[in-house]
Unconditional design. Structure first.
Length: 58
């Protein structure tokens, strides 16, 4: 696996999962800084042409 250039480090591709869903991976450095773990529940909202991902709090 080749190492990404620093300016491309946060560029991601959408990947098809299941029949109709798409997924995007998050950079490990960002999830580590946020303290997020695998299977973390998050809230995804649309704001204009931007997607906002926040930690889900009960």
């Amino acid at each position: 696996m080749t190492r990404r250039k620093l300016d491309e480090e946060n560029v991601r591709k959408l990947t098809k999962v299941g029949g109709t869903s798409l997924a995007v991976t998050l950079p490990k450095a960002i999830t580590k800084k946020l303290g997020w773990k695998e299977r973390q529940k998050v809230v995804v909202t649309l704001s204009g042409k931007n997607i906002i991902i926040k930690d889900w709090k009960n």
